[in-house]
Design a protein around this ligand. Structure first.
Ligand SMILES: [Ca+2]
Ligand SMILES: [Ca+2]
Ligand SMILES: [Ca+2]
Length: 290
């Protein structure tokens, strides 16, 4: 608890303080109408009534009077009830933005009175974290077309925004199709800020985005699928179908609304370089002309 004091020098003698105490000074509310409360009280008896006026930033509403309909933004203290704490209700205001780390909103307080000790433009502030409820978008994409044995194909996992400190998201990848991961093809991930890769060649593959202590993580992870050259003729062809695993409102850490996925990567084939093997039946040789 901070003592939001205004110190006044009175005729060169005593120092008089006129504090307004706000408690707590930090709150967290959900953006879709979540509520929280704090209290306001004077620490010294005023010589006349004191009005404390609240100014809330965008993202919350405040109400100083739960009895009266609608939102009020002033508190009245008298010479007799000055030391009785009064309650302010804070309500989160919804938006449609995927806010990194939620929103930080300040509620300012100013005091006015005929008592000069309570003429205070800045009598302290309460900082409110408005937690987010929008899903962070995840998109899987890659160029269309097949890949030939011995060559590669890139695909990307992209977030709708960079994650910030305190946020992380493990994006699960699912590998289907007739080709065998780790044998018919291998997968690698390119280095990017805050991006790590797990189990790309076997097991449960994930791309994990982690918000760094400062700044934001990279929004795109680039992966490369390399088709293995083998001497086996896969007459039936090999297919690869990469898709996003399950993402939900509970995905990730610190993301508020979790994550949701869009899969724009179509199934493709690994083209067999051994498929050009010439077999007797395909050569219409005519005797006598060889
Ligand atoms: Ca009210
Ligand atoms: Ca929202
Ligand atoms: Ca939001």
């Amino acid at each position: 608890m901070r003592d939001n004091s205004l110190q006044l020098q009175v005729k060169g003698t005593a120092i008089v303080t006129a504090p307004v105490t706000l408690a707590p000074e930090t709150l967290s509310v959900a953006e879709d109408g979540g509520t929280g409360t704090y209290t306001v009280v004077l620490d010294t008896q005023p010589t006349d009534g004191v009005t404390v006026t609240l100014t809330a930033g965008t993202g919350v509403t405040v109400d100083t009077d739960s009895v009266s309909t609608g939102n009020q933004n002033t508190l009245m203290f008298t010479t007799s009830n000055w030391n009785t704490a009064q309650t302010v209700t804070v309500t989160g205001v919804n938006d449609a933005v995927d806010n990194p780390g939620g929103r930080s909103v300040s509620i300012g307080h100013a005091a006015s009175s005929t008592d000069s000790n309570y003429v205070i433009a800045d009598a302290g502030s309460v900082t409110v974290t408005v937690t987010d409820d929008e899903a962070t978008a995840v998109t899987l994409a890659g160029a269309a077309g097949d890949v030939t044995e011995g060559s590669s194909k890139t695909f990307t996992v992209t977030l709708g925004r960079g994650l910030v400190s305190g946020e992380s998201l493990a994006v699960p990848l699912s590998f289907g199709g007739t080709a065998t991961r780790g044998t018919d093809y291998t997968v690698t991930g390119a280095a990017a800020t805050g991006v790590t890769y797990q189990n790309l060649d076997s097991g449960s593959a994930t791309v994990t985005f982690t918000g760094p202590d400062s700044g934001a993580t990279a929004t795109t992870a680039t992966l490369t699928l390399s088709a293995t050259t083998d001497s086996v003729t896969e007459s039936s062809g090999e297919t690869v179908d990469i898709s996003l695993g399950t993402l939900s409102a509970n995905s990730g850490t610190g993301l508020g609304g979790g994550a949701s996925g869009t899969d724009n990567l179509a199934e493709f084939s690994i083209t067999d370089t051994d498929g050009v093997t010439i077999s007797e039946s395909t050569l219409p040789l005519t005797e006598g002309h060889a």
